[in-house]
Design a binder for this molecule. Structure first.
Ligand SMILES: [Zn+2]
Length: 142
């Protein structure tokens, strides 16, 4: 009888969470760090990373809800901080009209600016919670 050898392929090494988050903040693929990995435009994204092939939502229902939550946290946080700074600067006679104009502009523009970053940051959080498996695309094995 001949011995049977079985190849054991190690699971993909997950990058540290801080590395994946930093990649996400820079709109890169959280897994491989590929530049412009998912977004071909500000709003247009591909299903898989152009560098490593991993799917950005990997078939999860509600992936967009996590990305939207990141967007809401960033935008509401900025509005709360902006409101606090505006009130503190103009105290005791608070200038309401300039505050409304500035914070209204922030409320309209910031979600658009943060849109792609919220997806890549949420992808980093998602990859930390659910590391990719073989059916999730072709992540690089390290
Ligand atoms: Zn990638």
């Amino acid at each position: 009888m001949f011995p049977i050898y079985v190849a054991i392929v190690p699971p993909p090494a997950r990058p540290p969470l801080t590395t994946m988050l930093w990649r996400g903040v820079r709109r890169r693929c959280a897994w491989c760090g590929g530049r412009g990995a998912f977004f071909t435009g500000w709003f247009h994204k591909q299903d898989t990373c152009r560098t490593c092939g991993i799917g950005w939502h990997r078939g999860y229902e509600g992936f967009e809800l996590g990305a939207m939550t990141i967007n809401v946290i960033v935008c509401f946080g900025a509005l709360i901080v902006g409101l606090g700074v505006g009130v503190a600067i103009t105290w005791p006679e608070i200038e309401v009209a300039p505050l409304l104009v500035i914070l209204g502009a922030v409320a309209l523009l910031l979600p658009v600016i943060v849109y792609p970053v919220s997806y890549t940051v949420w992808q980093a959080v998602d990859l930390a919670m659910h590391p990719p498996e073989r059916g999730d695309g072709t992540p690089p094995f390290r």
